[in-house]
Structures are given as structure tokens and as C-alpha cells.
Ligand binder design. Structure first.
Ligand code: CMP
Length: 146
């Protein structure tokens, strides 16, 4: 069934000019882009988005990094989109990611791992993250040809 998933090119990915490459990979796979926003994440949004990691040793560094420069936030739609995107991204740690995945091909380290996608094992993460970054009218409905 079709579902929507939240994806974001992180500040390191933007800095390194990887937005186009990453968007191309999802387009080529047949996923449909329904929203996109080039923006800067402020402290408050960072705390909301990464709330589940609050208190962990890497939390402060994570907030500092994600607010350090612009990100490209997106919503992609397709069959089993969350799981497909996760597979294309690779593991959280680029060192564990297979070549051919986004992090396996471009990732530097666990913190600077190029891209974020909603966790498919976290029920409701998609909806929560889409709501956090986008207003309803920013999600665009249209037909995509294959
Ligand atoms: P992301 O999928 O955006 O979700 C949380 C992020 O925390 C994760 O990607 C990593 O970039 C970052 N992170 C930094 N250190 C760690 C760590 N030790 N364990 C897990 N995630 C980490």
C-alpha cells in the first residue's frame, strides 16, 4: 500500500552538494516527491525532532550539528515507502552501510551521516515528522507517470 515517509538531507549532505544525487535516487526508484523544503532547523525544532534521544551522550552534538546549516526536508510517497527509503539509505552508521546505499556511498561517520529517514519500526514516526516539518497544504497531490 502507498504510504508517505519523511526524509531529510542533513547539513553535511547539503554542504557537499548531494541534494540532487539523493533526490535522483528516490525519483529513479519510482517514489513520488510530494513535498520539499530547503530550510534551517532551529533549536526548538531540533529538540522536538530528536526528542527521543534527549539525555543520550550524543544529543548535544546532534542538535549542534543539525542546526549548523540548512537541510532539505522532503516527503516521499510510494508502496512501502518507509522501508524502501531505509534500505536505500543504509545503516545509521555509514561504516556499517553497504556500498550502493546512500550512507555507504557518501557517509563520513555516525554523526555526519548525510541523510535522515523516519524509522519504520517506530509506529507513527512518519506522521509525526511530516507534521513537524510541513503544513497540510504543503503536501502536493498529483499523478506521477512511471
Ligand atoms: P538519525 O537517523 O538522524 O537519528 C539520530 C541521529 O543521531 C543518527 O541519525 C546519527 O546521525 C546520530 N548519532 C550520533 N551519534 C550516535 C550514536 N552513538 N548512536 C546513534 N545515533 C547517533
Amino acid at each position: 500500500h502507498d504510504e508517505r515517509t519523511f526524509v531529510m538531507v542533513k547539513p553535511d549532505g547539503v554542504q557537499r552538494g548531494l541534494i540532487g544525487e539523493i533526490v535522483s535516487r528516490f525519483e529513479d526508484r519510482g517514489l513520488k516527491l510530494v513535498a520539499g523544503k530547503f530550510m534551517r532547523i532551529d533549536e526548538e525544532l531540533a529538540h522536538e525532532h530528536y526528542g527521543e534521544h534527549e539525555g543520550k551522550p550524543f544529543f548535544d552534538g546532534l542538535v549542534e550539528f543539525i542546526t549548523s546549516g540548512p537541510v532539505f526536508a522532503m516527503v516521499w510517497e510510494g508502496a512501502d515507502a518507509t522501508r524502501q527509503v531505509r534500505k536505500m539509505m543504509g545503516e545509521t552508521d555509514p561504516a556499517e552501510s553497504a556500498p550502493g546505499t546512500i550512507r555507504g556511498d557518501y557517509g563520513l561517520d555516525l554523526g555526519q551521516n548525510v541523510i535522515h529517514g523516519s524509522d519504520h519500526e517506530d509506529e507513527g514516526a512518519n506522521e509525526r515528522e511530516i507534521d513537524l516539518f510541513f503544513d497540510e497544504e504543503e503536501l502536493v497531490d498529483y499523478e506521477r507517470s512511471d
